[in-house]
Design a protein around this ligand. Sequence first.
Ligand code: ACO
Length: 275
Amino acid sequence: MSAVPTYETVKIERDGATTFCILNRPEKRNAMSPQLHLDMCEALDWAAEDDETRVVVVTGAGGHFCAGQDLKLFFRANENDPKAFRKTSIASQAWRWDKLSRHPKPTIAMVHGYCFGGGFTPVIACDFAIAADDATFGLSEVNWGIIPGGLVAWAVTQIMNYRDAIYYSVTGERFSGKEAAAMKFVNKSVPVAELRDAVMSLARNLEAKNPLTVQFTKEAIRSVRGFNEDQALDYLDAKINALKHVDPDKGGDKAMKQFLDEKSFKPGLGEYKRT
Ligand code: ACO
């Protein structure tokens, strides 16, 4: 395994082919400072290119996910410096949405402890989210007199049903990991002691699959949401051919041979043997 990069506010750890990008300001409940935004931009770019990384997990150090934007360093420090605020906002937006939601590797948000405000965006941008039963989620913006900006309001409506989105945004009421799982804001919740195992079980499943197929599938699912039927048909045809073009196993050809000719595996029950 090659060495991982180090950052001031983000810790990188490997567990097999899974890479953890850990928000690392535990003394501030991982509130997002300008430096953390810059570090996460670099960390996600690095993980995208790292050949040993098959799966990316985003989580927080010290038993909490993220206490939202750092009110002191993100907002107050830049109150009179719109240029600096704009630069930081771009980095904040870049990693929490653009880089995560378009990451070439499958991404899992592992949520424990607190997750507030701007901390919702990376949870939603990840392909998967698993929470501790007792995690605490809150759209707390309303509690201090602002609206869920920085795409939070838009992001919650991508994943929550409309009633829940309005309810939790306007009331600021907190909800637990268990409640988040019930409303499908996260895929599932487990007791906190089992959180890492649950995340790693999903990660190992993803690690074992053809990485190009995983990447193309997540890109397809993300893209077709905005398409009509004709657009989706055309796009998916083109995408299937694009996968055949780049995949050494020719997008299913090798697996089909193993099933039909060699009778060596059953696609309904598990993986084919990759090149
Ligand atoms: N911005 C800046 N500092 C923060 C933040 C934050 N968002 N959250 C926590 N901290 C700091 C605290 O000021 C404190 O610093 P100090 O030790 O120097 O005094 C330290 O982190 C620990 O926080 P406590 O409040 O002492 O910890 P506690 O566990 O009691 O409470 C909690 C944690 C509930 C997260 C509380 O700190 C809090 O309400 N934070 C703000 C949450 C929030 O609403 N975030 C903004 C959402 S809106 C947005 O992101 C745009």
